[in-house]
Design a protein around this ligand. Structure first.
Ligand SMILES: *Cc1c(COP(=O)(O)O)cnc(C)c1O
Length: 481
């Protein structure tokens, strides 16, 4: 494709995306494809001769779109949002256009240095401590990862390195190591324990408060003490700010005090909710982070207007992480690395190669400014609070509280059913709602009961979308027409 051909087709693609986003409400939110539909509509074999780009665009409409669940639809309320925005899409396009691979500083200095500035910007916007930035005298810093799961794995490898006195986990774990989570912690931490060789059987599930679902520090301390008495080496605690199920907030300061006493690494997983701290009135979610967190991760790709993938991981001390992950094969030797004056981000992540992800976050932050980012978060919280008000006012539904962010969990109350039958009725109602294409919700389970989850956060969602969702939910509750 010549630059002139690229210019022409590039304009078609940008137009296609703009039309898609402008007309997104015409689509059913959840794809109505059956398994195999998309595959069956595609040729089994690749073309021998090149095709015009228009053929790709035609298949995008014919084959791909019907198999798309529209995450940017204003009535998409499932999981957590995966924000996209014009500036972030364009920033990502620029990254593709440059086509650089930023594994070490020398392979594109701007790819590394822009990232260091943008993660420092975000730390400042969120009110995170200076020791997470690259400020003069700081031992820490931030890095963009593909996902919060990778961030948890990197944190665990760093924690193992520190616990082992600088022996990387890759050298083989000596003895039994333990990791602490709650029943509400994301499964990424158990996965990281499996990958590192710690093993799922050495992941301890700390008790939570039955109402707030926040981890109980006293039980954490007791479980650590029991493991030490049994000869294990406790390594890491993961505290969550905004759990995936219900956005519960673990008491980071109290958990951190236990970690400090016992010498464990504290990783704070704020994948969804951490970005809410752009608003000063939400800064309470950072309580204890400055004093106690060894690492902290949040996902601008969920709720901060930045296309997937963009997780920012900060560490208070980069030495154990770099020690755990650095490799220097001959082909990567270069004078900049040897000078020690540059950051080589390959030592801050699992893979060697890396995309220029900072461009999309930089574009989004510059376009919206701090005030635009705050307005987006505030709108999500306010719309969620409005929806929660509907649920609270209707005695046929039970609202799960608190709901400090954009997620509202609730359940319909059914009369004359046991718990299993209630759960089945709630799930059947959820299926009918999602099948309708009018909205998309997800669910979780708390104390054996199914809760519906409605997560606000798509940038174009307005009050009318939530009012329509509430009408629809009540109609389905009252019975299929
Ligand atoms: C979404 C989520 C994750 C996983 O995020 P990925 O970036 O998809 O790996 C981890 N932890 C929490 C609390 C989450 O909400």
């Amino acid at each position: 494709m010549t630059p002139e051909e690229f210019r022409a087709h590039g304009k078609q693609v940008v137009d296609w995306i703009a039309d898609y986003l402008a007309g997104i409400e015409a689509h059913p939110v959840r794809s109505q494809s059956a398994p195999g539909d998309v595959r069956a509509a595609l040729p089994a074999h690749p073309p021998e001769r090149g095709e015009p780009f228009e053929a790709v665009l035609a298949d995008l409409d014919r084959v791909v779109l019907p198999g798309i669940t529209h995450w940017q639809h204003p009535s998409f309320f499932a999981y957590f949002p995966a924000n996209a925005s014009g500036p972030a899409i364009l920033g990502d396009l620029l990254s593709s256009g440059l086509g650089v691979q930023g594994m070490v500083w020398a392979t594109s200095p701007a790819c590394t240095e822009l990232e260091t500035v943008v993660v420092d910007w975000l730390a400042e916007l969120l009110g995170l401590p200076a020791h997470f930035t690259f400020a003069e005298g700081s031992a820490g810093g931030g890095v963009i990862q593909d996902s919060a799961s990778s961030a948890a794995l990197v944190a665990l490898l760093a924690a193992l390195d520190r616990a082992g006195g600088g022996v990387p986990a890759a050298a083989g774990l000596s003895g039994r190591h333990t990791v602490y989570v709650s029943s509400q912690t994301h499964s990424a931490v158990e996965k990281a324990a499996r990958i590192t060789g710690i093993g799922a059987e050495n992941v301890r599930i700390v008790d939570v408060d039955p109402h707030t679902l926040a981890m109980l520090p006293a039980d954490l301390d007791a479980k650590i003490a029991a493991d030490i008495a049994a000869g294990a080496t406790p390594v890491l605690v993961c505290a969550t700010v905004g759990t995936t199920g219900t956005t519960a907030v673990d008491p980071v300061a109290d958990i951190g005090a236990v970690c400090r006493d016992r010498g464990l690494w504290l990783h704070v997983d704020a994948a969804y909710a951490g970005v809410a701290a752009v608003c000063p009135e939400m800064r309470w979610i950072n309580d204890g982070v400055a004093e106690f967190a060894d690492s902290y991760a949040t996902n601008p790709h969920k709720w901060l207007l930045t296309n997937f993938d963009c997780t920012v991981l900060w560490v208070a001390d980069r030495a154990p992480m770099v020690d755990a992950l650095s490799i220097l094969p001959e082909f990567l030797r270069n004078t900049a690395t040897e000078s020690g004056e540059v950051i080589d981000y390959r030592d801050w992540q699992i893979s060697l190669g890396r995309r220029f992800r900072a461009l999309k976050l930089w574009s989004a932050i510059r376009w919206y400014g701090a005030e635009g980012l705050r307005a987006h978060i505030r709108s999500g919280i306010a719309l969620a609070a409005g929806f929660a008000g509907h649920v609270r006012a209707d005695e046929r539904f039970l609202l799960h509280e608190p709901h400090p962010f954009g997620l509202v969990c609730f359940r319909p109350l059914w009369t004359g059913l046991d718990v299993d039958a209630e759960n089945a009725a709630t799930l059947a109602m959820l299926e009918r709602l999602n099948d309708s294409g009018a909205l998309y919700l997800s669910h979780t389970k708390v104390s054996g009961r199914v809760l519906l989850r409605l997560a606000v956060g798509v940038p174009t969602t307005r009050r009318e979308h939530l009012d329509a969702a509430w009408d629809r939910i009540r109609e389905e509750y009252e019975g299929p027409a």
